[in-house]
Design a protein around this ligand. Sequence first.
Ligand code: HEM
Ligand code: HEM
Length: 131
Amino acid sequence: MKELTDIKTIEDIQLLVNTFYDRIRKNELLGPIFDGIIQNKWPEHLEKMYRFWQTVLLEEHTYFGSPFPPHAKMPVNKTHFDQWVGLFSMTVDELFVGETANRAKWQGERMATMFQYKIAYYQDQNGQPLA
Ligand code: HEM
Ligand code: HEM
């Protein structure tokens, strides 16, 4: 069996992202939410996510954007984020091992936690945007 190595190249990022979103799309809870919003723009979404993780994990700055705003009004709660984090961590562990792989899991969890606080805040304002 092939020894697992760390996340080192853009090809590694592409493998991680492709494998993760294949699973997302097959997930009963998350698949319909992603497909409903992304529709026929999966190639663009995957390209964007390669750049996001390349920026976060390889320190090659190719993603310029605001990660949170598209999520602000999604119908998601802790159950959805727990599944997202579970699938992401499982995918990282199946494919890679090392410092950067650990950092990927940690960053995914942190972002999920941050998004949940922000979404809960928006929902408390009854969907009104920040003044
Ligand atoms: C308390 C936690 C965090 C806050 C408040 C925060 C806030 C923000 C904001 C406001 C932006 C948009 C900046 C802009 O408008 O130009 C941004 C961009 C970004 N964030 Fe965060 N973030 C947090 C955590 C994270 C985490 C955990 C990650 C990694 C998974 C991350 C990765 C990024 C990246 C890659 C960008 C794009 C940077 C760029 O365009 O150059 N952030 N963040
Ligand atoms: C239940 C959890 C989540 C759901 C349902 C979700 C869903 C989505 C969808 C549907 C889009 C495409 C939005 C559009 O094109 O209009 C998107 C974009 C994105 N997501 Fe998530 N997401 C989740 C969690 C996360 C987490 C935890 C992260 C970070 C680690 C993340 C990072 C991003 C980024 C960077 C984009 C691109 C933003 C941009 O347009 O620049 N998402 N997400």
